[in-house]
Design a binder for this molecule. Structure first.
Ligand SMILES: NC(=O)c1ccc[n+]([C@@H]2O[C@H](COP(=O)([O-])OP(=O)(O)OC[C@H]3O[C@@H](n4cnc5c(N)ncnc54)[C@H](OP(=O)(O)O)[C@@H]3O)[C@@H](O)[C@H]2O)c1
Length: 314
């Protein structure tokens, strides 16, 4: 362990962080060691990471001192926030700033900050094509991460632009649902535009590639995706994997915003932002760069082959 560079991973028991921990542990001769940060080192998930060979330490993004302690002695830190746990851009920005200060105090050499675009650069608040939310955002969970980028200016940071996870089809209630005629359909406001998305584990695996690349990535923005697919192509892959027809139900963003589940407006704006600026979104998330960082990068069909049994079909 002493001769290996420690990567401290925030959110290690979650989707992005666990992918990074697993990628580090899967490469024992890679020169890196995984330090998993969790609020509860005694949880089943934390214990499972310890059994796999990760060092498990306590840390909470709401407690800066705990982060400084958890980052001590680490070469690298993976920093991610948890918007959907609280729906608060202000909290997300405060947590990101605390992580950045802790990384600086601990002398971390390479931070990866999991961020997203500021939608307001493309759709100013005065643009009425989508509603302004919470008084000052178009896509709150994007805009707050982008605002938090500034907090990382004082530390050697790679700004990692992530993509929509295909796991949302399992956990976020976005999977195929039966219509009145009994035929499955996925409902998304994407028009006929390409939409970058990824297997969540591949985010961590790409991040590992960035840590291995070291200084070459410091100060850079790197976007990643597993594939760029239209709604029709997503539905087609589902149909093939599930062995039954799955339709793409295209809806207007305003319809999606009105679905009423927590975060529906934010996500409706997000899909519209993706749709209306699809070329920019895809260009910022090169499949070639993603595959170079992570040669095991999965396509949607490969992800479906592994995960189709976990997708609830309602
Ligand atoms: N879903 C998507 O498609 C998507 C795409 C791109 C970006 N994102 C962004 O990804 C972020 C979430 O990342 P994720 O999906 O990896 O999260 P996640 O799977 O929900 O993981 C959350 C993990 O974070 C830990 N955690 C929660 N609150 C914490 C706190 N206060 N301090 C320390 N750890 C805490 C928890 O671990 P313990 O319980 O062990 O502490 C939990 O296991 C969000 O900000 C979201 O906007 C999501």
């Amino acid at each position: 362990m002493a001769d290996r560079k420690i990567i401290a991973v925030v959110g290690a028991t979650g989707q992005q962080g666990s992918g990074l921990v697993k990628a580090i542990l899967a490469d024992p001769s890679g020169g890196f060691a995984a330090r998993a940060i969790t609020r509860d080192p005694n949880s089943d998930k934390a214990k499972a990471l310890a059994r796999l060979g990760a060092e498990v330490v306590a840390g909470d993004v709401d407690d800066e001192a705990s982060l400084t302690k958890a980052f001590a002695g680490a070469y690298g830190a993976y920093c991610v926030t948890f918007f959907w746990a609280h729906f608060s851009p202000e909290k997300e920005k405060a947590q990101a700033a605390a992580m950045a200060r802790a990384a600086k105090a601990a002398g971390v050499k390479h931070v990866i900050w999991s961020t997203l675009e500021d939608s307001r650069k493309w759709i100013p608040l005065s643009d009425n094509r989508m509603p302004t939310l919470m008084g000052q955002y178009k896509v709150p969970h994007f805009d707050s991460k982008a605002e938090a980028d500034a907090a990382f200016a004082a530390v050697p940071t790679t700004f990692l632009l992530t993509s929509f996870y295909w796991e949302n089809f399992i956990y976020f209630g976005m999977g195929p649902k039966k219509g009145p005629d009994g035929v499955l359909g996925i409902t998304l406001p994407l028009g006929d535009k390409k939409f970058p998305a990824i297997a969540s584990d591949d985010i961590g695996a790409c991040a590992y590639g960035i840590f291995k690349g070291g200084d070459a990535y410091v100060g850079k923005r790197v976007g990643i995706a597993g594939e760029h697919l239209t709604g029709t192509e997503i539905a087609g892959a589902f149909s093939k994997a599930l062995g039954q027809p799955v339709r793409y139900n295209e809806v207007a963003p305003e319809v999606y915003r009105g679905f009423g589940f927590p975060g529906a407006e934010d996500l409706g704006n997000m899909f519209q932002f993706n749709r209306d600026f699809a070329d920019m979104f895809c260009a910022a998330r090169s499949l070639e760069v993603s595959r170079r960082l992570n040669p095991g990068l999965k396509t949607f069909s490969a992800w479906l082959a592994e995960n189709k049994g976990r997708i609830p079909l309602e």
